[in-house]
Design a protein around this ligand. Structure first.
Ligand SMILES: Cc1cc2nc3c(=O)[nH]c(=O)nc-3n(C[C@H](O)[C@H](O)[C@H](O)COP(=O)(O)OP(=O)(O)OC[C@H]3O[C@@H](n4cnc5c(N)ncnc54)[C@H](O)[C@@H]3O)c2cc1C
Length: 460
């Protein structure tokens, strides 16, 4: 395989280096990293390829389709849903598709290669006075193509939306090598949005090679608000009022008592009870922020919001440390997160049932509500346990997912708000999608008849 690929895209772009094979056979999924910590041998790819142009991606996919070789697209490798690990695959690392092709300041668009990582994009846009506003916690370790493929959602989604609201057009290569491109127009009514099939496709339908994203000037002023509540239910009612108002916050997060305990670790003087942090920016930010008083709760310390902004991505390092057995939970500690969503009508039942059932199986279950919409919100659960050994940790993880996903479906929630499905949640996807799952299967059969693209992800 190596020689044939080298003939197609050059030997420098094909690697069988041991470290490359190790780092490209896994992602950041806790069960995968736990298996590695326990000494299990993870699936290793045949090789890693780094095509540097759409045409090279096309050549690789044409070849793979003919030879029936499995291809796994790889951006930053930060999936937490077991999106990467297919055995005997050629891993297609998009890292060399890293050009910022065009910034159209007049139409407020940027066209970028799918391998561009968060900080590179932010830096290039900042120079021209723009931002995309898509800021997942994993910003530094994830790519534009990964955001599109996982249907990601950033921390500032209340203002900027999820990646599906930010993407205006895509270029992709399909199995067999065909290159498909969307026209760049603000909206059109030309049949179903077929290109949007790539958003959330998790590498199963082809390789996203370029994305055209909406940009805007970053807001100048920001006003923070912190509100404390006696009960979570009051906080949820407050968030709903905000979501259905015309106050347009950029950030809204409501922590329950246990999650506030995690959030306030470095503020031992602060009561961990339910608390909401909000940020408003842009014109009239101060006035809009002040309008939140009187809706509910009592004012807390807005410096806690500044603390969140300064430390909002620290969990990336803490997560790695815990999984490596070097954190507070000890050598066999385990942590995982579940991000589900539901309407305001379903949210109370969803919160209480997941909290109750998961709390029976983990030492700590924290939850925050974030990513608000007029119709509902995301509930983000963090589960942590110190266990006596890695085998128990693995059993615990399996039990968490079994309980969490079953309870979520029973309560009418969606099993993933933004981390995607991967292999981790594929068992529950047919129930999540109902009759639409067979439509997805039909699309897969048509677009990828030989099943070469990331088999197993989305259960396909
Ligand atoms: C600590 C931490 C915090 C996180 N916080 C957030 C968050 O706030 N919001 C959020 O949405 N997610 C979050 N995630 C999850 C993850 O970062 C996102 O899913 C991210 O979008 C993945 O991007 P990536 O480039 O790392 O993709 P990868 O992990 O490389 O790939 C993910 C999936 O997409 C496919 N894929 C990748 N690139 C392409 C491409 N060009 N074409 C086709 N398929 C492709 C892969 O095959 C795989 O199935 C977090 C993860 C971690 C570890």
């Amino acid at each position: 395989l190596h020689d044939e690929l080298a003939a197609l895209i050059g030997s420098d772009a094909v690697s069988t280096d041991e470290a490359d094979l190790l780092s490209h056979g896994k992602d950041w999924t806790p069960r995968v990293l736990l298996a590695e910590r326990s000494g299990a041998v993870l699936p290793r790819p045949h090789c890693v390829v780094r095509p540097a142009s759409t045409e090279q991606v096309s050549a690789v996919l044409r070849w793979a389709d003919e030879k029936k070789v499995v291809i796994v697209p790889f951006g930053g490798g930060s999936s937490v849903s077991d999106g990467i690990g297919a055995p005997d695959a050629v891993v297609l690392d998009t890292g060399a598709l890293s050009k910022i092709h065009d910034i159209d300041a007049k139409s407020r668009l940027v066209r970028v290669g799918s391998g561009v990582m968060g900080p590179h994009l932010a830096e290039a846009l900042a120079k021209e006075g723009f931002t995309v506003g898509h800021e997942p916690q994993s910003f530094a370790i994830s790519s534009v193509g990964g955001w599109v493929a996982t249907r990601a959602c950033g921390q500032l989604s209340a203002r900027y939306g999820g990646i599906e609201d930010i993407v205006l057009g895509l270029e992709a290569v399909l199995p067999g090598g065909d290159i498909v491109r969307s026209k760049t127009v603000p909206r059109r009514a030309v049949g179903p949005d077929v290109a949007a099939l790539m958003i959330g496709s998790e590498g199963t339908l082809g390789v996203v090679t370029e994305a055209t994203l909406k940009i805007s000037p970053p807001p100048e002023e920001r006003t923070d608000v912190c509100i404390r509540f006696e009960h979570m239910v009051d906080g949820v009612a407050f968030c709903r009022e905000i979501a259905q108002s015309h106050l347009h916050p950029t950030v809204v997060r409501l922590y329950d008592k246990e999650d506030a305990f995690l959030f306030l670790r470095s503020h031992p003087d602060e009561e961990p009870g339910p608390l909401a942090i909000l940020s408003f920016d842009g014109p009239g930010a101060g006035e809009r922020a002040r309008s939140t008083t009187g809706i509910g709760g009592v004012e807390g310390d807005p410096r806690l919001v500044a603390h969140w902004w300064a430390h909002r991505n620290d969990a990336v390092g803490e997560f790695k440390k815990t999984i490596a057995g070097e954190g507070l939970l000890g050598p066999h500690g385990i942590v995982d997160t579940m991000e589900v969503s539901g309407t305001w009508t379903a949210l109370r039942g969803l919160y209480h049932s997941m909290k109750e059932k998961l709390s029976a199986e983990a030492d700590l279950v924290g939850c925050h509500l974030s990513h608000i919409y007029p119709q509902g919100a995301c509930l983000y659960f963090t589960l942590a346990s110190a266990t006596p050994d890695d085998a128990t940790a693995a059993e615990r993880l399996d039990a968490w997912w079994e309980t969490g996903m079953e309870t979520c479906l029973e309560a009418g929630g969606s099993i993933s708000h933004h981390h995607g499905i991967g292999r981790l949640k594929s068992k529950w996807l047919p129930r999540e999608l109902g009759g639409w799952y067979s439509v997805l299967q039909a699309v897969k059969r048509t677009v990828d008849p030989h099943g070469i693209m990331n088999p197993g992800a989305l259960g396909l």
